[in-house]
Design a protein around this ligand. Sequence first.
Ligand SMILES: [Zn+2]
Length: 246
Amino acid sequence: MGKSGGEHGGQHGDGGGGEGAGPGVTRRRALWIGGGSVVAAGAAAFAARDELAHWWWRLPGNDKPRTAGAVDFRGAQWVAASPENYRRADRPADYGIDRVVIHVVQGSYATALEVFQDPDHEAGAHYVVRKDGHIAQMIRELDVAFHSGNRGYNERSVGIEHEGFVDRPESFTAAMYASSARLTAGICRRYGFPADREHIVGHVEVPGTDHTDPGRHWDWDRYLRLVRAELHRAARGTERAPVRKA
Ligand SMILES: [Zn+2]
């Protein structure tokens, strides 16, 4: 947010291959070739199914199966946003994800949860981070949240709200930075993009926005240092495994 009242706003051939094949080596070879063609047909079918998977959920009545209450970040508490505040999608299959957008609520954690559950708010973010580091996930990462005011950015990003106010430096606690950095590091790792200021941006940097969050008190150097430390920790294999998507 960042503005009060913000408008966050197979089939395959049978591969028989037995024609004229006598007993012994010749026949075994024919079967082996048959088996190879089965594998190839299977791969083609898989590719076709993969292609289809990008689109089938758009058809009426074909919502992608999801596990109720599942989260993308271990430890996050699921609090469902109103479906009016996001668009169901199948990221990263339909839209690649290569941005994290950092927001400040301009209010409390409770306020953010309340407004994102309000169908008339017309905005919502994937996550809300509380002052003590607790994280609520309100929208699945596979869905497009209406958080940046820019359709293209919404489609390519995960939005993270932080409790507090842009003009109150005390809003941004050590616990909040640490927890949010773990969350962002997981997103960078899941979708394979670098932890830098090109890919981790403030709402203020989203093209066309009139929002100012996270504001001048948000410590970018500190935040990126923490995100990279998390990534290094993960690379050393000591991180907790990410929760699999439904
Ligand atoms: Zn914002």
